[in-house]
Design a binder for this molecule. Structure first.
Ligand SMILES: NC(=O)c1ccc[n+]([C@@H]2O[C@H](COP(=O)([O-])OP(=O)(O)OC[C@H]3O[C@@H](n4cnc5c(N)ncnc54)[C@H](O)[C@@H]3O)[C@@H](O)[C@H]2O)c1
Length: 346
């Protein structure tokens, strides 16, 4: 493997996933050098900066203006992503941004256009694409191993709602199932989602349903190549964090994913017990490292990235159609105009 000159990265957003990514960048990846972390919550920035021995600050713009910083990892609250992608592009920094890249199609288009105008690599945090088992399944589908995809399924079971009061409305679509939508789009490459219907409810925290918190959802998607997909999510997996997928086609099927965190199993008179992943950062530790390593490689190569702004927009479009479907109680057709990012090409 060719060793690359480490990419000097500044990280914006020192919360849960920001802490995980910053630690990966600082301690695990030879391809990266973490230079600084920024978060308006001074205590969070300081804690992470001190722990990893890097500069910390509260103003992301100061980090963007730092000439040492070649690239940024935007890992803060989703509502701030699009503006920060635009600001980073204007500063000429390559961008890794967590999902969702934007909360509206207009913001997604703004982010894609800014990155394109600046000529910077833009990668979005759809980490499932970098999990070894998902990538192997994708290779099989792409090589024609299952023939023409007809039925696709993607499943996310999350371990729980620690604080339902703190969860914004529509989270299940814009934050959680958006991973499933991207995985389905990726497996069904070249096809576009044209129709969405949803059945969703608050089975875990019914008291919060009136506030817009849905915790259980099944989404059906029709693609323009005829394939039909189902994405489902629940926030009450008692056994841990569980992500699976299936692609069924004219010549066979691939299945991928297991909640077992390790291949270790305990065999006893009680049966067989396997440890399950408790969190995304358990199940996808290696995938998170692989996506950041791929980002560094893309930065050194001057782009392109393996999963970009157009992919983020396509998944967001499905999430927004789901919200519309719940609000209207019907099936939502994704119009032609919504399928192409304004001012964007590839
Ligand atoms: N890919 C994945 O599997 C995955 C997993 C978890 C979270 N995420 C995404 O990562 C993002 C962060 O999630 P989290 O769970 O770490 O949230 P979090 O609430 O733990 O942390 C968010 C942090 O962002 C900071 N912040 C808010 N506004 C900011 C701004 N304008 N500039 C800089 N920092 C700002 C907050 O102070 C906080 O420290 C979300 O978009 C989420 O969807 C992705």
């Amino acid at each position: 493997m060719t060793r690359i000159d480490p990419v000097r990265i500044g990280l914006i957003g020192a919360g849960r996933i920001g802490t995980h990514h910053a630690t990966t960048l600082a301690r695990r990846l030879g391809e990266a050098e973490l230079v600084a972390v920024a978060d308006p919550r001074a205590a969070a920035a300081e804690r992470l900066g001190e722990e990893l021995g890097v500069d910390w600050l509260t103003d992301p713009q100061v980090l963007l203006d730092d000439p040492r910083v070649e690239a940024v990892a935007i890992t803060c609250a989703s509502t701030a992503h699009a503006d920060l992608v635009v600001a980073a592009a204007k500063a000429g920094k390559a961008v890794f941004v967590e999902k969702p890249m934007a909360m509206t199609l207009a913001d997604a288009d703004r982010a894609v256009s800014a990155a394109r105008a600046a000529g910077i690599p833009l990668q979005v945090g759809f980490n499932r694409r970098f999990a070894r088992d998902f990538a192997a399944a994708h290779d099989t589908v792409a090589a024609g191993g299952i023939g023409t995809p007809q039925l696709l399924r993607s499943v996310t079971r999350d371990p729980g709602l620690a604080d339902p009061a703190g969860v914004p409305p529509w989270t299940i679509f814009t934050q959680t199932l958006i991973h499933d939508f991207d995985a389905l789009n990726w497996f069904n490459a070249g096809a576009t989602a044209v129709e969405v219907s949803v059945m969703a409810d608050a089975l875990v925290a019914p008291d919060f349903k009136d506030a817009g918190l849905l915790d259980t959802a099944v989404v059906t998607i029709r693609y323009d190549n005829g394939a039909i997909a189902v994405a489902e999510a629940s926030f009450s997996a008692a056994y841990g964090y569980d992500v699976r997928a299936e692609v069924f086609g004219s010549a066979g099927m691939v299945t991928v994913g297991s909640p077992a965190h390790l291949s270790t199993a305990h065999w006893s008179a009680a049966g067989v017990a396997a440890p399950t992943a408790r969190a995304d950062t358990d199940l996808f530790t290696d995938a998170y490292a692989a996506e950041l390593a791929a980002f560094c490689a893309a930065v050194r190569a001057g782009g392109p990235t393996q999963v970009g702004g157009e992919d983020a927009r396509a998944a967001l479009r499905i999430a927004l159609a789901c919200i519309e479907a719940v609000e209207t109680g019907g099936t939502v057709t994704i119009r032609d105009a919504d399928r192409v990012a304004t001012g964007a090409g590839a």
